[in-house]
Design a protein around this ligand. Structure first.
Ligand code: C2E
Ligand code: CA
Ligand code: CA
Length: 401
């Protein structure tokens, strides 16, 4: 059937009990919707221009719940399931599960209202249908997620988050330069949950702004303590690097919030670096550019995180005010065994030097890696070799040593 179709008066569009995969939007004419109960035909509705019918077939594969007949010559636009299925598959699991659940409720209601009580077999059929279309699993996943989301909200309210500080050092002498703040979640039953497990979920749930905001405030107040201790011990003040989720770049209060938080902390703005990933620059360059410039204007430093894993277009480095590139740990991890990775690391360092952008190599675990990086001209490094993410007390001790 084409995109458009015209039914003659009396023609059946679809029949109750058959399986279909199309819905129809009436453009002209009229359609009657009927059901047959105990041999009697009951009219449920008459549909006219602009109305839609058969839409449930776009979502699941259960039999049509009514018969639709053209009353006059009726033109329709045809929507096919394949146009919807991909969208449904890619939909957020909770949205998808909710849609199916609502649909099942509606079907049940419709059957009961039609004087047609649900039999146990039909309930089973629903379940079988659900299982056959993989609905069981999404339900379970949706439930898991909703629970975690709820727990994330509670975690924010009851201070289950804390920050660890991973040292960033100068490669020539391993002297401390700064710390990257990494958020941690101490869950009352699950124990320590890594950000790899909850950051993406928090982004989906719209909670990452609050978490990042909390992390920045908490980390800055710790940084102030570390800087005061460093000064008292005659040591240089360390700086702080924080991760900003890409979803924050749609938040037009970001710049003002950061400005205020930094001012309140008593830390000079130049000691705060915000780490962003390339995704931010690719998805909405027109939005990202003025925000990054505004962050520069309030005195912050901008670092491009996980460099080399995304598109890594040279034009970004020119277009956006990037001060620091962080070479992704996957390249550092492979460069001793893999010539290509080594060449990529070399190229990134050369590029950064040419553009006067500072470089931090991430994930340095072995001293040979540090030597090679130093030989290639990389000034700074971060990784287990110099220090794991530390609790505030250990970070304080390192600052004054
Ligand atoms: P990232 O920004 O790339 O952070 C570096 C990750 O590498 C950290 O994992 C760190 O513990 C780990 N790492 C550091 N040195 C080494 C090493 O020598 N070897 C290996 N194998 N790993 C090393 P972590 O803490 O699990 O963080 C994972 C990711 O979670 C971070 O990746 C970052 O994208 C995100 N994240 C962490 N904290 C925050 C936060 O406060 N806000 C946001 N939005 N994201 C955060
Ligand atoms: Ca980072
Ligand atoms: Ca990184």
């Amino acid at each position: 059937m084409d995109l458009k179709h015209t039914f003659a008066p009396g023609a059946v569009v679809f029949r109750e009990g058959t399986i279909g995969d199309t819905a129809y939007i009436v453009e002209r004419g009229s359609l009657d919707v009927t059901v047959t109960r105990l041999g009697e035909t009951i009219k449920l509705a008459t549909l006219g221009a602009g109305e839609i019918v058969g839409e449930m077939a776009l979502i699941d594969d259960l039999p049509r719940s009514a018969t639709v007949t053209a009353m006059t010559e009726t033109s329709v636009m045809v929507i096919r399931r394949e146009q919807i299925q991909n969208r449904l598959r890619n939909a957020d699991v909770i949205t998808g599960a909710l849609l199916r659940l609502t649909l099942n409720r509606f079907r049940t209601l419709q059957r009961t209202m039609g004087g047609h009580p649900i039999t146990p077999e039909e309930t089973d059929q629903d379940l079988l249908g659900a299982a056959a279309f993989g609905i069981e699993d999404p339900y379970e996943r949706a439930r898991e997620r909703l629970m975690l989301e709820q727990e994330l909200r509670e975690a924010l309210a009851s201070e289950q988050f804390f920050v660890q500080f991973q040292p960033i050092v100068a490669l020539p002498d391993h002297s401390l330069r700064g710390f990257e703040a990494l958020v941690r979640w101490r869950h009352p039953e699950r124990g320590l949950v890594s950000p790899g497990r909850f950051v993406a979920l928090a982004e989906e749930a719209g909670l990452i702004n609050s978490i990042d905001g909390w992390t920045v405030r908490s980390a800055l107040s710790s940084l102030k303590r570390m800087q005061d201790a460093a000064v008292a011990a005659g040591k240089p003040k360390p700086w702080l690097s924080v991760n900003l989720s890409g979803t924050r770049f749609v938040d037009d209060t970001l710049v003002e919030t950061l400005r205020r938080v930094v001012a309140e902390s008593g830390v000079e703005p130049r000691y705060l670096t915000v780490e962003i990933t390339e995704g931010v620059l690719i998805d909405a360059p027109q939005v990202a550019e003025p925000i990054l410039r505004a962050l520069k204007d309030i005195g912050l430093t901008i670092a491009l995180d996980d460099f080399g894993t995304g598109y890594s277009s040279l034009s970004y480095l020119q277009r956006f005010p990037i001060d620091v590139i962080k070479i992704d740990l996957s390249f550092v991890g492979r460069m001793m065994e893999n010539e290509t990775s080594l060449q990529i690391v070399r190229a990134i360092i050369g590029l950064a030097q040419a553009l006067q952008i500072r470089v931090v190599a991430e994930g340095i675990e072995r001293s040979e890696q540090a030597s090679v990086l130093l030989g290639l001209g990389c000034p700074m490094g971060q990784g287990y070799l110099f220090g794991r993410p530390l609790d505030i007390e250990d970070a304080m001790a390192m600052t004054t040593k």
